[in-house]
Design a protein around this ligand. Structure first.
Ligand SMILES: [Mn+2]
Length: 360
């Protein structure tokens, strides 16, 4: 088990690499999508939230992840003793028609395959993805966490339709609307995922890359009138059963799983870990369940995080734990303080369970 830190695109620099190394990390999960591009209502200081018009502008559909750029990030991170364990998320500009089953789907699938090959060639073993139409949408922000720390939550269902041009909560067209996203059923969306995995998993496997699926965030059966796929813990099994490829993996988000209304998180963690399907873990704690939950400090939510680390350790989990999101702490560097607090807890938990085993 390794300790890692997730970094947004604007944080891929030596200062943040040093910060991760100082906290005891040996790995990074990096975002190449700029969630904050031209988004005045979505500041860069924390995880993106945005409004009903999404986070910001998606990237350039013609500009694929560049081989030199990937090699350079790997080299710079390695210089600080950090491995790049995964790239998190495809840019909606790169796969909007894969999600929507639109006219440019074949072209976009070919581009995704090219990028998977480049990621493999750069020695990065995993790409995290979230197969979702509405994306991470419908959450609120408030002083929800301990000591009035600002955190993210959900305060009821969000049913406003998604305007045309917004995909995965980012703007892929110059203008939004006037229409709305075409309707889609749960069955149709599962078929699109199946089609995507059938197309890309062979390339991923040949490239030494795993594709790790994030569950829905927030895990509602529908958001903004669009279906969701993995909104209960057992639906991860449905995704696993789509393909026996060892590249068919999970981006195991504890927070999102705990927000789900069914299932026993500890049993599911044991089960998915034993199946060898957990690529990496979003180590986040939470109170409540959809549609009413709040993100908390890692030691302060309803998940027994130490018990989770014990389960992962006992099942010989070799992947990376990253903090996911954390509440903002009151100081000149709220994001850094929140991450440092989570990383300190995680490092202690990992050392503790390792010692516990030696003593038994
Ligand atoms: Mn997550």
């Amino acid at each position: 088990m390794k300790l890692g830190l997730g970094l947004y695109r604007h944080q891929l620099n030596d200062e943040h690499f040093r910060f991760a190394a100082q906290a005891g990390c040996t790995a990074l999960v990096i975002h190449l999508v700029d969630y904050f591009n031209q988004a005045p209502g979505n500041a860069k200081g924390d995880q993106p939230t945005g409004d009903l018009y999404g986070w910001g502008r998606a990237g350039d559909p013609e500009k694929l992840w560049d081989q030199e750029f990937l090699a350079d990030v790997v080299r710079r991170a390695n210089g600080h003793g950090l491995a790049i364990a995964a790239i998190e998320n495809f840019d909606p500009a790169h796969w909007s028609d894969v999600l929507l089953d639109g006219p440019r789907k074949a072209e976009q699938l070919a581009n995704i395959k090219t990028m998977i090959k480049r990621v493999g060639a750069a020695g990065i073993p995993c790409i995290g993805y979230n197969f979702s139409l509405a994306g991470v949408a419908g959450r609120t922000r408030g002083t929800y966490a301990r000591g009035q720390a600002e955190a993210v939550g959900m305060e009821g269902p969000v049913d406003e339709p998604v305007p045309e041009g917004l995909v995965w909560n980012m703007q892929v067209k110059e203008q939004l609307g006037p229409g709305v996203m075409p309707p889609c059923t749960h069955e149709q969306l599962w078929a699109r995922l199946n089609n995507f995995l059938s197309a890309v998993l062979p390339v991923a496997e040949a490239s030494g890359v795993t594709l790790a699926a994030h569950p829905d965030d927030p895990p509602m059966p529908t958001i903004r009138g669009t279906p969701r796929l993995v909104y209960q813990p057992q639906l991860y099994q449905k995704l696993i059963d789509l393909s026996p490829s060892p590249s068919n993996q999970l981006e195991y988000c504890l927070g999102s799983l705990a927000e789900m209304t069914e299932g026993d998180l500890y049993e599911h963690t044991e089960d998915y870990c034993r199946q060898g399907r957990i690529a990496y873990v979003h180590f986040r704690n939470v109170r409540g369940k959809v549609p009413h939950y709040k993100e908390t400090f890692v030691d302060d939510g309803e998940i027994d995080m130490l018990r989770i680390v014990r389960i992962l350790h006992r099942n010989n989990f070799k992947g990376v734990l990253i903090p996911d999101h954390a509440p903002q702490m009151s100081c000149p560097a709220p994001w850094h303080a929140g991450m440092a607090f989570a990383l300190g807890y995680m490092r202690a938990a990992m050392q503790f369970v390792a010692r516990e085993e030696n003593q038994s």
